[in-house]
Design a protein around this ligand. Structure first.
Ligand code: ADP
Ligand code: ZN
Ligand code: ZN
Length: 745
C-alpha cells in the first residue's frame, strides 16, 4: 500500500479521474480508503483536499515523479468519507470494480432546472366539499373522489405526492382547479414539524409494541448500537414501532432511512410518515429521474430533511449523522441488487450503520432465514409482535388437495371448495382475490403429438402465449405469431400447457359472467401508473375479483376482501433452487394475511398438489417457527446459506465454445487450489454446467457454484477468481459473481 489513488472532485463524471500520490511511511499503517486527505496539486502545488479511492502497491508511472500525501484529516465527519468506505466494503464483499461500487453509492449529479415545490389546497367549505364528493361518487369520477377525500382530511397536499402515489393525473387536477374545488400553490406542504410525534393521531402503543420501542430507544440513548429484528404479522403494528424510534432519533438531531420495497410503498404508508414527521420526510421511488433523485439527495445533504423513505437505493441518502436504518419486509428479494456489485441492502445497511454509529431495525412477518438465525444466535435482538391490532382476527385457512380434486373428476383449476366460497362472496357483495404465482396467459406451448416445444430463437426458454394471439419471450421480448399447427409434425394438437393469470381470468369470467374482474400482472402493469390504478380501482370496489401474481399479495389493505384463493400454491416450490420453499412459505403467509383485516371475517383457500409439504402446511397454520426449524435443518445439512455461504460464478459469451472453455479453465484453477487447501477448509466447487437458462439474447451462459462454511473462504476464492479473470482478460467474455445468490441462474 505505497500509493494512493485520490479523487479531488467527487461526481459521477469524474470517478475515473483519480491522481496518484505516494503514501509516506509514517502514514502507511493508518491510511484507509475513504480518508479525506490533503495533497499538493497542480504546478503551483496548491494544497487541496481529496478522497482516497484506492490503495495499491503498484505505481502507475515512475514513482519518483509522484508527489506525497501531506496529511490525513482524521476527524472527518463528511458523509462522502463514509460512502466511499461503504463502496470499498461492497467491492470487497460482493466483488466488483471500485468504480462500479462508487456509482452505486454516489448520487448522479445532473443539473436540473430548479423545480418549484407545488401543493394543492382545498378551496371549499366542509358542506360544499361534502356535496361535491357525493357528486363525484355518483358520477363514478373516482380519481376526483379520491383526491377530494384526501383534501378534506388534510386540507393541503404535496403536488408530487398526489400525482405519483395517489395516481391523479395533472389533467384531473387542472379540471378540479377550474371547478374551483382546489387551487395549486407554489409552496411546500407541512412547513412545521417541530411538534413531530405529538400529533393528536399518534396511537398509544400496546405492551408488545411498547416493549420493542422502549428497549430500542433505551439502547440508543445509552449509546448501544445493535441490529433488531421485529417479527410480527402484517397489521401487528410494526410501522408504529418504527415511527416511535425514528421520532426519538430525530429528536437527537440525527437522521433516519426507511427502506420499504417499492411494491409496498403505497400512498397510505407515505401519508402516515408525512402526518407524523411533516416536511422532514422525503420519499424516493424508481420513477424519479436522475435529476429529481439528485435533488432529493441534496436536500438530505443540506439538512432539510431528516427521514428518507424509499426502496433499496434510498440507503445511499447522504445524511451527515445517520442514527437509524429501518428495513421493512426485510425478507424481500428486491433488497438484493441485480447489477454488479450485487449487494444485499440488509448487510449493506448494517455496514453503513456501523460506519455512522447507527442502529438498524429489520421488520418482517416472515423473516429471512438469514435474519432469524442471527436473531436466535443472539447477534440481533429479537422482538415478537404476536397480536393483530384491534379486533382483526386471523383468517380461516383451508387447504385443497388438487390431486384429490382430479381423482374426483374435477379437471378445472378451481376446486369445489373455492368455487363455492366464491359464489358466496359474490352473492354477499364482498371482494375476492385470486393469487397465481405465475404470469402470462400460459406456460410453454407444446405439441401433444410429438412433444415439440416452441422456443425463443435467441434464448433457451420456451415462448409463452399471450392474449392477442402472440407468442412471447419473457427474457428478450421476442414476439411471433401464434400457431395452431405444430411446426415439427404438422399436427393440430398444439396447445398451452400451464395455467397463467390470463387463463384464470378467462375461466372466472366464464364461471361468473356477472362478476367484474381486474387482473394485475407484469402485462397489465406495463404502462406507467397502471399498477396504482388497478389497486385503487379495486380498493374503491370497482371490481369484485382481483386476479394477480405476487404483486397483489404485498402490503395492500383491502377491507372488503374476505376471500383469498391461492390457485396452485406449489408452482413456486418447483423453482429448483434452494430458496424455493422459503419463497413459497413467504408468499403463502402473505397471501393468507390479505384476507379479513377489517371486521369482516376472512377466509383463505390454498389449492395445491403438495398439501403435505411443510412450506404449505406451516403457512396454512401461520407457523413461522415450525417452518424455520424444518428449513434450517435442510440448509444445514446441505450447507446452503445461512448455514454456509455460496458464490455463483457466471461466464457469458456469444460463443458457446468460448464460454465453456473459459468457465472450465477458471473452475479447474480454483478446484486445484481448493483441493490443496489454499483457501481454508470446507470449500467445494459444484459444476460447471449450463445455467438454468443456458442462453439469453444469444449470449451463452455457463455456471459453477462454490460453497463454504465461512464467508472469509468465499471472499478469498472470489478474490482468486477475480485475479484470474484480470490476468486472463478475453474480449467477448464476461464473468460475474453473486455472493449468496437469492435466485437461480
Ligand atoms: P404493520 O406495519 O405491522 O403491518 P401497522 O403499524 O401498519 O402494522 O399497524 C396496522 C394498523 O393498526 C395501522 O392502521 C395502525 O395505525 C394501527 N395501529 C398500530 N398500532 C396501534 C395501536 N397501538 N393502537 C391503535 N392502532 C394501532
Ligand atoms: Zn408436433
Ligand atoms: Zn428470447
Amino acid at each position: 500500500m505505497k500509493y494512493a489513488n485520490i479523487i479531488v472532485n467527487i461526481s459521477h463524471e469524474n470517478l475515473d479521474k483519480t491522481f496518484q500520490y505516494t503514501v509516506p511511511e509514517d502514514m502507511a499503517g493508518v491510511i484507509s480508503v475513504g480518508d479525506y486527505v490533503t495533497i499538493p496539486f497542480g504546478r503551483g502545488n496548491k494544497l487541496i483536499k481529496g478522497y482516497v479511492l484506492e490503495l495499491t502497491d503498484e505505481a502507475a508511472c515512475d514513482p519518483l515523479r509522484l508527489k506525497s500525501v501531506v496529511s490525513i484529516d482524521t476527524d472527518s465527519r463528511l458523509v462522502e468519507h463514509k460512502l466511499i468506505k461503504l463502496a470499498s466494503w461492497m467491492k470487497q464483499t460482493y466483488g466488483s470494480t471500485m468504480i462500479n461500487a462508487l456509482k452505486v453509492v454516489l448520487p448522479i449529479k445532473k443539473l436540473v432546472k430548479e423545480k418549484e415545490e407545488k401543493s394543492i389546497v382545498l378551496r371549499l367549505g366542509s358542506d360544499e366539499a361534502g356535496e361535491r364528493l357525493a357528486m363525484y361518487a355518483k358520477k363514478h369520477q373516482t380519481a376526483r373522489e379520491r383526491l377530494l377525500k384526501e383534501l378534506i382530511s388534510e386540507g393541503r397536499l404535496d403536488y408530487r405526492l398526489v400525482t405519483a402515489k395517489l395516481n391523479v393525473s395533472p389533467a384531473t387536477i387542472k379540471a378540479m382547479e377550474k371547478q374551483e374545488v382546489l387551487s395549486i400553490e407554489k409552496k411546500r406542504v407541512y412547513r412545521n414539524a417541530a411538534n413531530a410525534g405529538k400529533r393528536a393521531d399518534a396511537v398509544v402503543l400496546n405492551d408488545e409494541q411498547q416493549e420493542a420501542a422502549s428497549s430500542i430507544i433505551n439502547d440508543i440513548n445509552s449509546g448501544i448500537r445493535k441490529t433488531y429484528l421485529i417479527h410480527g404479522i402484517t397489521g401487528s403494528g410494526k410501522t408504529e414501532v418504527y415511527m416511535e424510534v425514528i421520532d426519538a432519533v430525530i429528536r437527537q438531531g440525527r437522521q433516519a432511512i426507511v427502506l420499504i420495497p417499492e411494491i409496498a410503498l403505497t400512498y397510505q404508508t407515505v401519508m402516515r410518515f408525512l402526518k407524523r414527521f411533516g416536511d422532514r420526510v422525503s420519499m424516493m421511488h424508481s420513477r424519479l429521474s436522475d435529476g429529481e433523485r439528485f435533488d432529493q439527495f441534496e436536500r438530505a445533504r443540506k439538512g432539510e430533511i431528516s427521514v428518507m423513505i424509499g426502496p433499496r437505493s434510498a440507503l445511499f441518502t447522504p445524511f451527515e449523522d445517520l442514527g437509524l436504518i429501518v428495513i421493512d419486509e426485510e425478507h424481500e428479494g428486491s433488497y438484493k441488487s441485480d447489477n454488479s456489485p450485487k449487494y444485499h441492502a440488509r448487510e449493506t445497511a448494517i455496514e453503513l450503520a456501523h460506519l455512522h454509529g447507527a442502529s438498524v431495525i429489520l421488520g418482517s412477518a416472515t423473516p429471512s432465514l438469514e435474519a432469524y438465525k442471527k436473531a436466535l444466535d443472539g447477534e440481533y435482538k429479537l422482538f415478537t409482535l404476536s397480536k393483530r391490532i384491534g379486533d382483526a382476527t386471523l383468517p380461516k385457512v383451508t387447504v385443497t388437495d388438487l390431486k384429490q380434486e382430479l381423482k374426483n373428476g374435477n379437471r378445472s383449476m378451481f376446486g369445489e371448495e373455492l368455487k363455492k366460497a366464491m359464489e358466496e362472496r359474490l352473492s354477499r357483495g364482498e371482494q375476492i382475490m385470486l393469487f397465481l404465482n405465475r404470469r402470462g396467459y400460459a406456460g410453454f406451448v407444446s405439441c401433444r403429438s410429438c412433444g415439440h416445444v416452441i422456443k425463443c430463437p435467441h434464448c433457451d426458454v420456451s415462448l409463452a402465449r399471450h392474449g392477442g394471439r402472440k407468442l412471447m419471450c419473457h427474457y428478450c421480448g421476442y414476439e411471433r405469431e401464434d400457431t395452431n399447427v405444430c411446426p415439427q409434425c404438422g399436427s393440430g394438437s398444439i396447445g398451452a400447457m400451464r395455467a397463467g393469470t390470463e387463463q384464470v381470468e378467462m375461466n372466472v369470467k366464464k364461471m361468473f359472467p356477472y362478476a367484474s374482474v381486474l387482473r394485475m400482472d407484469a402485462d397489465t402493469t406495463r404502462q406507467k401508473d397502471s399498477y396504482e390504478r388497478i389497486l385503487s380501482a379495486f380498493s374503491n370496489r370497482e371490481a369484485d375479483i382481483l386476479i394477480g401474481t405476487q404483486m397483489i399479495v404485498k402490503g395492500h389493505d383491502f377491507p372488503y376482501v374476505t376471500l383469498m384463493g391461492v390457485l396452485i400454491a406449489d408452482m413456486s416450490l418447483n423453482a429448483g433452487d434452494h430458496r424455493a420453499a422459503e419463497r413459497t412459505f413467504q408468499l403463502l403467509t402473505q397471501a393468507a394475511g390479505r384476507a379479513g383485516r377489517a371486521d369482516l371475517k376472512g377466509e383463505v383457500i390454498i389449492q395445491t398438489y403438495q398439501p403435505e409439504h411443510y412450506a404449505v402446511k406451516c403457512a396454512a397454520a401461520q407457523d413461522y417457527r415450525g417452518f424455520y426449524d424444518r428449513e434450517i435443518a435442510y440448509r444445514s445439512l446441505a450447507g446452503y446459506p445461512p448455514a454456509g455461504h455460496m458464490l455463483a460464478v457466471l461466464t457469458e459469451s456469444a460463443s458457446q465454445d468460448d464460454a465453456r472453455r473459459y468457465c472450465e479453465a477458471l473452475a479447474e484453477t480454483l478446484r486445484y487450489d481448493i483441493i490443496k487447501g489454499r483457501y481454508g477448509g470446507g470449500a467445494a466447487l459444484i459444476g460447471p454446467s449450463d445455467a438454468t437458462v443456458g442462453r439469453i439474447n444469444d449470449i451463452y451462459r455457463k455456471l459453477f457454484y462454490l460453497k463454504a462454511p465461512d464467508m472469509s473462504v468465499i471472499v478469498r476464492i472470489r478474490d482468486a477468481a477475480e485475479k484470474y479473470t484480470d490476468e486472463h482478460r478475453e474480449k467477448g467474455i464476461r464473468v460475474s459473481f453473486d455472493v449468496d445468490p437469492l435466485k437461480g441462474y
